[in-house]
Every structure is written in structure tokens, then in C-alpha cells.
Design a protein around this ligand. Structure first.
Ligand code: NAP
Length: 522
């Protein structure tokens, strides 16, 4: 039996009291470590974070907290090799895909360190301008934002054990709010190791960052009125979080990032030899294979003019055929495994569901795996398609969290928009066009149902950040089924960890506030 990973809770390392849940290598099947939160005093840990961690963070200025983020970057960079090894073993990812998680986290922390430094010595944020409340300007109102006096509980998904922690922790810590992270069990090792390195380096005040691995039982029960909870995971668990008493009765602020049927849209005037067509094909193939399609932002539905249906299927299939799948330790492998046998079973079950309405246009599973058994958690890319997407139900409703996407033709652009909106709210839609007027019109048409519209045209072909890459300066989240949450978006992310209050009073008192505050540069 492997060792239990200790939890850092209530300012000390604590090991669960039962045998724990094992974490596995999804390619080799070997047990790597165990996690358990059994026997841990949750109330003590939440109170410690709230009181010790929160007070210490709030005593600092934004600039000082930003400097702490820079120090976290240094710690993570110093241990980067170890993180890559853990990712290979526990997530089954090739180095490039591990980088999306690990280096993506470091980049995001660095971004917030820089943005936060610009807030300097401020201790609060000024929200908008002063507004006169009476004829006499002596009485005015100023909206301010101050850090909430609670903890931020993060309940995270398995697919981004590194980025998922730091993209939330960077704005929380910069705001002055202590963090308790509960990583998904299957890949908890990387999160736990990163927290351990940062704690051991003594970069943060004790209580500012805690990690609890293993069961989620009882965590939500600990939340109090000024705490916040940020959840990333399935729509099903999202419903449990959203309906918990802490949220419904105590108004604990709750951010949910759930599943999403993201789309790619090719413009109606594209041809099979147009740049827009080539850019869509390349991006779809990339999105299907990066992290084996286990990205919440991955392209699940592809909409092309009907005349290009066959050509698109062939071109994407030809690209996917170059993707060797198997053991990420073998340098010839381009795509590793799914994170677990459970995910493999879930992807295969989801594929079977989609196949009730779609045919297989390309299936990489015919090719042998490289250095991996059929019993491993490897699944090759599968492109599905239907020529009757308007009458489909399942294809617009079931998210298969793996290297699977479905091609659908449209007869008019409004039909395409209608089908895209049948995803009931998604994180991102990418638009491929050489016509800026169409791109602008499509962006407006799609913006109300998407957190992000990613427009790709030949002039940004080598510059754009990628359909599925979540960049800290842009909003991440989506309406409706995507959870209705908002993360990142530059300093907008600080809103979630602050409380807005309207201070009405003498201009003299407001002058004092202005001297302590920084204007949010939005
Ligand atoms: P999940 O089963 O809902 O688990 C997510 C997290 O919730 C895990 O930490 C899990 O812990 C915990 N959890 C499970 N039951 C809970 C409960 N009753 N109360 C509190 N916490 C509970 O989701 P998943 O399968 O790991 O993640 C895949 C899904 O996440 C996909 O649908 C994907 O679209 C979505 N996702 C969305 C985003 C986004 O940003 N929108 C990003 C990544 C993934 P255990 O692991 O210990 O069960």
C-alpha cells in the first residue's frame, strides 16, 4: 500500500486516519499515493484559515500580496521538473499537455503578480467615481470594494490539478482572502505537492493556503456567511453545491464552472481551399487531442456550411491520423491517456450515446497504442458526424469529456446560431472567417450564450491564443449549463473576493478613503 498524502489544514500537516483512496497511473495501472480527509477536524481548519490566514492577508497591501504571488512563481518554477513527473504519472499526459496545466498556472500567477503590483500600497478598491447626494457637494457617495472576511473554498475538477488551483488562488490571495483547496481525488497529488512546496518555502502567512484531499463530505457544511465557494466540475455536483444551505440560506457567494458543449463555426462563405477552412481544421484537431480532450473548453461541436461537410470530415480525419496515442513517456507519443479508468468508462459510455444520433467519420482506435495496453486508460480521437443536426437531441446535450467531437452541417447562418445556442450556454465558441464584418456580427450573435468568443482569421493565424486556452486577461466562464460563473478577466476576478459597499458621507471622509484606495483599472 502506498503512503497517504498529508493535508495542510489548521496550520499543520495532518494525515487522514483511514486507509484512504488510492491514486493510479492511468497508463501503467500502478498505485501512486493515497488520500484521506478522515478524522480531520474541519471546523478547526476553516476557523484557522478564516481567523489567522485572513487577518494576516488583510494586514498587507495589494502590492505586498502581489509580491507574494511572484514568490510563489519562483517556488513553482524551482520545482517544475517534479510537477511534470507527477503529471506524467498521475494524469497520463505528454509533456506538452502537462505544460498547459503547469506552465499555464505559473503564467497566470505571474500575470496577477504584475497586475496586483500596479495596485501598490492601496488597502481597498475604489469602485467608480464619487456621486453627489445633495445640492451641497459636502455629502456624497463612493462605492468601495474590500476583501471579504471569510475563506475561499475551492472544489476542483480532475483535469487541471495545477492551473485549476492557481487560476483561482491568484486573485483570491491578491484580494486578501485565504484559500482552502479540495482537489479532485483522481489527480490530487500535483495540487498537494504544489501546496506543500509553497508552504515549505514559507512564502505565505500560515492559514493563507490549506489543502484537504480525499472526501468532500462536510466541507460545504463549514461555510459561513462571508465565505465564498468556487466549484469546477460536473453539472450534477454543481447542483448539489448550488442547493446547499450555505448558498441558499447564508448567501455564501458561489461560482460554478460546469460542463459545456463548446462550438467551432466556419463562416458561410468559406471554401475548402480558404484560409478560414484550414484554420478551423487545424484548431479542431488540436482541441480534440490536447489533454486527450479533457478540457472544459474543448470543441465538442463543429458547424460548417453543408457544402463543406465531407471535405471538413476528411481534412480533420487526416490530421487526427497523425496523432499517435499511448504511453506519454515514449517520445513518439503525441497524446497520452485519460486520467482514470472511470473516465475511460465515462467517455466510452458517452460515445455510445452520441452514436445513437451520429456516424463515425474517423476513429483512431483502429491503430495500435504505443507502449500501452488496451487495458490502459488510453482512448484515441473519434470524429463523429450527422447530416441532420437540427433534429438531433443527444448531440446538443451530452458532453463527452474526451477526444471526441461531432461535425454538423448548417443550411443558413441563423440555423447555425440556433444549434449552437442549443448547448444552453457554453464557455467558448470560435469563429473562423476572413470577413471582419461577419466576425463582428457573429460575435454579437454568440456573445449572449458564451463567456468567450474566439475569432480566428488569417491575420491572427500565428498570433491567436487558441480556442481552448484560458488566458488570465480574458473572462472564463459561461452562462446557463456552463454554470453561470465568471473567473479571470484580468482584475475583474477580484470582484468575487471583495464586497462592494456604498459609503455615504462627508467629502472629507471620502477623501480619506480615496487616499487608501486604488481605482480598478477596468
Ligand atoms: P465532479 O465529479 O463533479 O467532481 C468535481 C469536484 O467535486 C471533485 O473535487 C469532487 O471530489 C467534488 N465532489 C464530488 N461530489 C461532491 C459533493 N457531493 N459535494 C462537494 N464536492 C463534491 O466532476 P469531475 O468529473 O471531476 O469533472 C469533470 C467535469 O468538470 C466535466 O463535466 C467538465 O466539463 C467540468 N469542468 C469544467 C471546467 C470549467 O472551467 N467550466 C473546467 C474543468 C472541468 P472527488 O474527486 O473526491 O469526488
Amino acid at each position: 500500500m502506498t503512503a497517504l498524502l498529508p493535508n495542510f489544514f489548521a496550520g499543520r500537516w495532518q494525515t487522514g486516519t483511514d486507509a484512504g483512496t488510492p491514486l493510479f497511473d492511468p497508463v501503467l495501472g500502478t498505485e501512486l499515493a493515497r488520500v484521506s480527509s478522515s478524522g480531520i477536524d474541519l471546523a478547526e481548519g476553516f476557523a484557522f484559515a478564516r481567523e489567522q490566514g485572513g487577518a494576516a492577508l488583510r494586514a498587507m497591501r495589494y502590492g505586498q500580496r502581489a509580491a507574494m504571488l511572484s514568490q510563489i512563481v519562483e517556488v513553482l518554477q524551482a520545482n517544475r521538473d517534479a510537477y511534470y513527473e507527477i503529471a506524467t504519472a498521475n494524469s497520463g499526459t505528454v509533456a506538452k499537455d502537462s505544460g498547459v496545466d503547469i506552465d499555464g498556472a505559473i503564467f497566470t500567477l505571474g500575470y496577477y503578480a504584475k497586475q496586483g503590483a500596479a495596485l501598490g500600497d492601496a488597502t481597498l478598491l475604489l469602485d467608480g467615481e464619487r456621486i453627489r447626494m445633495a445640492k451641497d457637494p459636502a455629502f456624497q457617495t463612493q462605492h468601495i470594494q474590500v476583501p471579504t472576511h471569510g475563506v475561499a473554498l475551492f472544489i476542483n475538477a480532475f483535469n487541471f490539478p495545477s492551473w485549476g488551483l492557481w487560476e483561482k488562488a491568484a486573485p483570491a490571495l491578491l484580494s486578501g482572502v485565504p484559500v482552502i483547496i479540495k482537489p479532485a481525488t483522481a489527480t490530487a497529488w500535483l495540487t498537494q505537492r504544489m501546496v506543500k512546496d509553497v508552504v515549505d518555502a514559507g512564502v505565505l502567512p500560515v492559514g493563507a493556503l490549506s489543502v484537504i484531499c480525499g472526501s468532500s463530505a462536510g466541507l460545504m457544511d463549514q461555510l459561513q456567511a462571508f465565505d465564498v465557494v468556487s466549484f469546477t466540475g460536473s453539472a450534477e455536483t454543481g447542483r448539489i453545491i448550488r442547493s446547499h444551505r450555505a448558498v441558499t440560506e447564508l448567501s455564501v457567494r458561489c461560482n460554478i464552472e460546469a460542463d459545456s458543449l463548446n462550438s467551432a463555426l466556419l463562416s458561410p462563405d468559406a471554401t475548402a481551399d480558404s484560409e478560414a477552412f484550414k484554420l478551423l481544421v487545424a484548431e479542431v484537431a488540436r482541441e480534440m487531442t490536447v489533454k486527450s480532450g479533457q478540457k472544459c473548453t474543448a470543441i465538442r461541436r463543429i458547424f460548417v456550411p453543408r457544402a463543406l461537410y465531407q471535405a471538413t470530415a476528411q481534412a480533420i480525419g487526416a490530421r487526427l491520423a497523425k496523432t499517435s496515442v499511448g504511453n506519454p513517456r515514449n517520445e513518439s507519443v503525441r497524446m497520452g491517456a485519460l486520467v482514470s479508468q472511470e473516465q475511460k468508462a465515462s467517455v466510452l459510455a458517452g460515445l455510445a450515446q452520441l452514436k445513437t444520433e451520429a456516424t463515425v467519420l474517423y476513429d483512431g482506435n483502429a491503430a495500435p497504442l504505443v507502449d500501452a495496453d488496451a487495458s490502459s486508460a488510453c482512448v484515441a480521437p473519434v470524429l463523429l458526424g450527422t447530416e441532420s443536426p437540427m433534429s438531433a437531441q443527444v448531440l446538443h446535450a451530452v458532453e463527452v469529456f474526451g477526444p471526441v467531437s461531432t461535425l454538423m452541417p448548417y443550411d443558413s447562418i441563423n440555423e447555425a446560431y440556433t444549434m449552437i445556442r442549443r448547448g444552453e450556454g457554453s464557455l467558448v465558441c470560435s469563429v473562423y472567417s476572413e470577413d471582419p464584418t461577419f466576425t463582428a456580427q457573429a460575435s454579437v450573435a454568440l456573445a449572449s450564450s458564451h463567456g468567450r468568443v474566439h475569432a480566428v482569421s488569417p491575420d491572427v493565424a500565428t498570433l491567436h491564443s487558441g480556442h481552448g486556452n484560458v488566458m488570465p486577461m480574458s473572462l472564463h466562464g459561461g452562462p446557463g449549463r456552463a454554470g453561470g460563473g465568471e473567473e479571470l478577466g484580468g482584475l475583474r476576478a477580484l470582484n468575487f473576493y471583495h464586497r462592494r459597499s456604498a459609503v455615504q458621507g462627508s467629502a472629507l471622509a471620502l477623501d480619506q478613503l480615496a487616499a487608501q484606495g486604488a481605482k480598478l483599472p477596468l
